[in-house]
Design a protein around this ligand. Structure first.
Ligand SMILES: Cc1cc2nc3c(=O)[nH]c(=O)nc-3n(C[C@H](O)[C@H](O)[C@H](O)COP(=O)(O)O)c2cc1C
Length: 215
């Protein structure tokens, strides 16, 4: 339920390292929606390397920002590809390639940025994920919630944040199928390794993992 008055929130400032701009998916992707809905399934074979172009197209189609507007809640309200409670978009997407640090996706700039000091955390999360299934050449995606964004607008924000995380997973599974990629959500949340290298861990919370790759 919306609060009678906003509780303005100062967004978490991520410690950002090197930035890599991703290519957009600016050409049409013609497909049959009924067929795609019929054939989507969780695919767990990640035997080929995912190219940066493919990652860029996937993130562009599944979770980029289309526009932002200033709000009384602190952070901008956003229009992204997928819906979010109150347009607050509390879910951050992190990316781990083999043997590197976590990278965070910026849906406004459509770029990924290194999170310094996160190499061990990324490796620990990859090990945890590998206990469930083989990552092979797959990319590990981490979902980190910033509940304060949603709490600025809503009381009982906790369940909204988890539902937002589910929306992101749903869009990703659909877009992966459309691009011919393999995608598998994981049942573990990513705690504690998704966030343990960051200082303000009371502001952020691990809410899931998934594997993306090329079959
Ligand atoms: C929140 C969530 C967690 C999941 N966790 C796992 C998992 O840990 N390992 C796995 O192999 N599949 C996992 N899956 C995939 C489901 O097993 C899969 O969606 C289900 O078997 C239905 O198959 P389908 O997606 O091919 O229709 C998960 C799916 C969701 C939505």
């Amino acid at each position: 339920m919306p609060r009678p008055l906003p509780v303005p929130y100062a967004p978490f400032v991520w410690p950002i390292g090197a930035k890599l701009r991703l290519p957009p998916r600016d050409t049409p992707l013609e497909l049959n929606l009924v067929t795609l809905l019929e054939q989507r399934q969780t695919r767990r074979n990640f035997s080929n390397k995912l190219e940066v172009t493919q990652l860029g197209e996937f993130l562009w189609l599944a979770c980029r920002n289309r526009s932002s507007r200033p709000s009384t809640f602190g952070p901008d309200q956003e229009s992204r590809v997928h819906p979010s409670a109150g347009a607050m978009h509390p879910i951050h997407v992190l990316i781990s390639h083999e043997a590197g640090p976590w990278m965070i996706y910026d849906p406004v700039e459509h770029s990924i940025m290194e999170l310094p000091g996160s190499i061990n955390s990324a490796a620990a999360n990859r090990n945890e994920a590998a206990r469930l299934l083989s990552l092979d050449k797959g990319v590990l995606l981490g979902f980190v919630a910033e509940p304060g964004k949603t709490a600025a607008k809503y009381v009982n924000h906790e369940t909204l944040v988890w539902r937002d995380a589910g929306v992101v997973l749903g869009y990703m599974s659909f877009v992966a199928e459309a691009l011919g990629l393999a995608f598998c959500p994981l049942g573990i949340s990513g705690q504690p390794y998704l966030t343990d290298y960051l200082s303000a861990t009371d502001q952020i919370q691990a809410v899931g993992l998934a594997i993306l790759g090329e079959t």
